[in-house]
Design a protein around this ligand. Structure first.
Ligand code: IMP
Ligand code: MG
Length: 198
């Protein structure tokens, strides 16, 4: 008796993810040039000390630092937050401190995205205690709808809708950071593929 060749359903666990471009790499670069000029205009004669938050702010910092004329130095800090549903500032934790003191310096905090604002609120409190000469904030992206903490950025690249975005430093489970553009991530539901038996 020949075996029947029935198709069978094979469940695959991997969700079908897709990224839709929201802001092209070109637009990001042009906006960074404008922000760099604005920062230098606001502080024409000051050495500027950029402090970026690892890891998401890294590309913004490197592009911004190279676009600001005059004296620029930079440093890195890292924080971890205990999930998205945080409602108190106690839930952000410092995991890597700066290498050098910010006392007396003109400090620009460089962040990838301002979402609830809890991270920035924590950082601003920390830096204010360390007596910088000036303290300013530059964020590439701002999601104003999600704000919980009463903080704002001095320099904003783009205001975006309440969507989960990846690219240009921003990740989903450590992936997509290396995209040159910013895109909206869509997670498909578990898919079932029909696989015909041979
Ligand atoms: P906040 O403390 O809620 O403002 O969150 C800031 C951090 O959450 C950012 O630095 C990102 O690491 C992360 N985050 C917030 N929104 C997004 C997003 O849409 N995509 C990727 N990461 C995000
Ligand atoms: Mg971040």
């Amino acid at each position: 008796m020949p075996q029947s060749k029935k198709p069978r359903l094979q469940a695959t666990k991997a969700p079908r993810e897709s990224v839709r471009i929201l802001i092209t790499g070109g637009r990001i670069q042009r906006r960074i040039q404008e922000i760099a000029k604005q920062i230098r205009k606001d502080f024409p004669d000051e050495p500027l000390h950029l402090v970026s938050v690892l890891k998401g702010g890294v590309f913004f910092l490197t592009d911004l630092a190279r676009s600001i004329s005059g004296e620029v130095s930079f440093d890195f800090i890292a924080v971890s937050s205990y999930g998205q549903n945080t409602h108190s500032s106690g839930q952000v934790r410092l995991t890597r401190d700066l290498d050098s003191s910010v006392e007396g310096k003109t400090v620009i905090v460089v962040e990838d995205i301002l979402d609830t604002g809890m991270t920035l609120q924590y950082l601003l409190r920390l830096f204010e205690q360390r007596k910088p000469k000036h303290l300013r904030v530059a964020v590439l992206l701002d999601k104003p709808e999600r704000r919980i903490a009463d903080v704002r950025a001095d320099y904003v690249g783009f205001s975006i809708p309440n969507e989960f975005v990846v690219g240009y430093g921003l990740d989903y489970a450590e992936r997509y950071r290396n995209l040159r553009y910013v895109g909206i991530l869509t997670l498909g539901s578990d898919t079932k593929k029909v696989v015909a038996e041979k």
